[in-house]
Ligand binder design. Structure first.
Ligand code: VTB
Length: 341
């Protein structure tokens, strides 16, 4: 006999089944839109078209979605602002899943504007309350893959963490690669990493895609360290839950406004170290991303005249799926042809 709880659980389970591939459409459309502007030197324009496409496509998804991490507060963002309701479910009243959504319509606006690697369009979704409504501030981060997650600590010296990672990965420290955002604030961190002999990949932007790479074997990335955006940290956490990796993170609360903001959120200890389960606590989590420019895990958008090819990653936590989705979007031409690769 099916109990009410079973029914509720199976409905929740369906949240992942029903929405995962829908969200692929959302990130694909945003990626195609922004890729049209690649290299134009217009980061705002690239972000705008990605946001517009993401917003438009979301409204065709049978869900009642609420943006919990978006382009900013309502008064500063015309679209995908925090609190905005998205999805077809709000209009047609049909039975459909209710989800909280964190978006980064174009992660790495500069990367797209300059045609540099690893720009992605990305979102994470969960049942209501399944994603921390983190303020748009900086966050100190340490991201590692499954083998290292119980061997490191955000408060440990860099050399201890790297020693532990090398041991877990059964190699020398000199063989490790750590990804770090190239910023003045990371001077000491970079010196500390170099002092251990570990190698570094300095990136101009995009610690979210770097974090995902760190949690996947074979990418040649073993950890991400340093301070980046908190919203990106929450989306990274959603990915870590699906990949069994880990993010250790601490909000950087250094203004009275941020103090007030976290007080309102009920955060008492501003020095709290968050893990992926704190940042993305949902039982059901969906993560979806599409490559805009060529990347470590995802290919960039390719326009080939007869259509467009996209490369996406969509993952679900409870149903345990990690899907690499290679899509061909055919042009509406009478003689259109599909190529295998
Ligand atoms: C960070 C990082 C992002 O922008 O938010 C960064 O997490 C902005 O940092 O991945 P700065 O203020 O130091 O420039 C990204 O690199 C891209 O959105």
């Amino acid at each position: 006999m099916t109990t009410a709880t079973d029914a509720k659980n199976s409905f929740r389970q369906n949240l992942e089944f029903e929405l995962a591939l829908e969200f692929v459409r959302v990130v694909e459309e945003a990626a195609i839109a922004s890729a049209h502007t690649m290299g134009y030197g217009d980061r705002k324009g690239a972000d705008h078209v990605a946001t517009e496409a993401m917003r438009r496509t979301m409204d065709s998804v049978p869900m009642r979605g609420t943006i919990v991490i978006g382009e900013g507060e309502r008064d500063e963002a015309p679209m995908l602002y925090i609190g905005e309701q998205v999805g077809a479910g709000w209009h047609d009243g049909a039975h459909c899943p209710e989800v909280d959504i964190a978006v980064d319509p174009l992660e790495g606006t500069n990367l797209c504007a300059t045609g540099s690697p690893n720009a992605i369009t990305v979102l994470a979704a969960s049942e209501k309350g399944g994603l921390l409504h983190a303020p748009d501030c900086y966050m100190e981060k340490l991201v590692v893959g499954p083998s290292c997650k119980d061997a490191v600590s955000l408060d440990a010296p860099v050399k201890d963490n790297l020693k532990a990672i090398a041991k877990r990965l059964d190699r020398d420290i000199n063989d490790l690669v750590v990804m770090v955002l190239e910023r003045e604030r990371h001077k000491k961190l970079i010196d500390d990493i170099r002092a251990t002999g570990a190698r570094i990949k300095l990136i101009s932007d995009g610690d979210l895609s770097a974090g995902i790479a760190a949690a996947v074997i074979g990418t040649g990335v073993h950890a991400v360290m340093g301070t980046g955006g908190a919203p990106e940290g929450v989306i990274t956490a959603a990915a870590m839950r699906c990949l069994n990796g880990e993010i250790f993170a601490r909000l950087i609360i250094d203004t009275p406004e941020l103090e007030q903001r976290i007080a309102k959120m009920g955060i008492k200890d501003k020095n709290k170290v968050y893990t992926s389960k704190d940042l993305a606590p949902g039982k059901h989590v969906i993560f979806a991303a599409t490559g805009v420019t060529e990347g470590t895990l995802l290919k960039g958008i390719r326009f080939f005249g007869e259509g467009t090819r996209t490369s996406s990653l969509v993952m679900t936590l409870d149903s345990g799926k990690v899907r690499f989705v290679d899509s061909i979007h055919l042009a509406k031409k009478p003689d259109v042809k599909v190529r295998f690769a």
